[in-house]
Design a binder for this molecule. Sequence first.
Ligand code: AMP
Length: 482
Amino acid sequence: MIKEPFDQMHEECGIFGVYGHPEAANLTYLGLYALQHRGQEASGIVTFDGQTFHEEKGTGLVSDIFSQERLSRLKGSAAIGHNRYSTAGGSRLENVQPIRVNYALGTLAMVHNGNLINADFLRDELEAYGAIFQSSMDSEVIVHLIAHSRQKRLSERIVESLSRVRGAYSLIFLSEEGMIGVRDPYGVRPLSLGKMNDGGYVLASETCTFDLIEAEFVRDIEPGEVVQITEKGITSFSPFLPTEAAHCVFEYVYFSRPDSNVFGRNVYEIRKRLGKELLQESAVDADLVIPVPDSGVPAALGYAEASKLPYDTGLIRNHYVGRTFIEPQQSIRHFGVKIKLNAIRGLLEGKRVIVVDDSLVRGTTSRKIVKMIRAAGAKEIHVRISSPPIVSPCFYGIDTPTRHELVAASHSVEEIRKYITADSLSYLSNEGMFRAVYNRPLGENTDFCTACFSEKYPIPFTGAEIRQLGLFSENVPSSEEA
Ligand code: AMP
C-alpha cells in the first residue's frame, strides 16, 4: 500500500476549548465561528459529560456543520473544537479534528494548531512498532506517542511525547480528568486563557472569541507552558527547556483577526502602524489610497492617515466568497479573485491610485487587481505591500505555497512590478515591520519568527528534513544525516 504523506505543508487552524460550563458545546460553536478565518474546510467538536464523550464533525463552514440538533447531542460541561484548512486528502472525515482515541488511561481528545517538522520520521518509527494511523494528519503522531508512553499520568505522558516532537504546536487536550492546554517552547502559534463570568475557563487561538462569548481575558499561555484545568482549578508548569520565543509575525500581518490581541498586542493597531511605516518608506504622489479588502484595510487606513491623502473603498468585496487563498485548487483560486472583488469605476477613473495589501504571495491577486483597477480607468496604480517580500515557505502552520511558487523567492521587486503591471511597487522592510510591531525602534532580539520573510527558521532542521522539504537548495549539506 502506498502510504499517504502527511499533508503538513498546508495547515491553518483555529482551536477552542471550554471547561466547567453547562453550555460548553454552544460556547465552542461560537468560538469556532469567531475563528472561522483560521480554517474553512472542516470543523469538529468533542464534549465530555462526566461519563461519555460525544463527537460531531464535518467538512465545510462551522455554521453549516453544526445544526441545533447536532449541538444538542454534544452534552457535557467540557468541550474542545477545531477549525481546519488543508489540501490534498485533507477534507476526509478522518482528517477532521478533534482526534479522539481510547488508550490505557481512558479516552483522550486533542486539537492542534501548528505544524510538526519531524512527524514523518516519528510516524515511521511508531509504525515500525505496530502503530496504526487513522489519518494523514501530522498531529496524530502526538496521540500515538502519548498512547505508547509508560508514564502514569496524562500530563507526564504529554510532556514526554512533546519532548520528542519538533515544530509549532498550540494544543488543547480533553480527558476524563480535565482540559490541558500546551504551547510549544517557541510560542509560535497563539493560545490564550479566558474565564467565564458564570464559571468555567476557556482556551482559544484568539481573543476575539472571548469578546463574542463575553469571557474575560486572563492571560496568554506562555511558550512551553502546560496548563491543566480540572474541577479543582488551574495548575501550570513549564517542563521544557526554555528557549528564545519565536512568535509568528505573520499572525499580525495577515492571519489573525484585527480585533484579537495576539502575543500581547492588538492586531488592528499593528496593522495600522504597518501602513504608517510603509508610507514612511515608500511615499508616492497620488490622489487616493484604497485597500484590498478586507486584509489590506487597516494598513491602507494607516497609510492614508499618515500621508493625509484621501482614503476610499475603491474595490468592493463579495463577502459570500471564501478567502481566495483558502481553496483547494489553483483553478478555483484564480477564478475566485474575479468573483470576489470588483472596482468602482466612478471613483477610480482618471485617478492616481495607491493600492495597499497586507502581503503578496504568488502575485496573482495583485496582478488581477491592478488589471481590474486599470480597466476601471485609473491613470496610475501604485501597489504598496505592508510586509516584506515572502521568500520562503512556512513549516509552522501558515499555508504558503512551495518556494517555487513564491514570486519573491526568485524575482526582484522590479520584476514583480512588471508582472503585476503596476506603475510602482514597494514592500515594507523587515525593520519597518518590527517598528510597527513594537511601536519603538528595533532592538537586537525580536522574539518573532520571520522565516517567511528572512529564511531564518527558528526551529532547527536536520539534514534529512532540509532535503525532504527542499529547503536552502543551494547549500544542502550532503553528508549530514538526521
Ligand atoms: P497572491 O495572489 O498569491 O499573491 O495572494 C496574495 C493575497 O493572499 C493577499 O491579498 C493576502 O491577503 C492573501 N494571503 C496571504 N497569505 C495568505 C494565506 N496564508 N492564506 C490565505 N490568504 C493569504
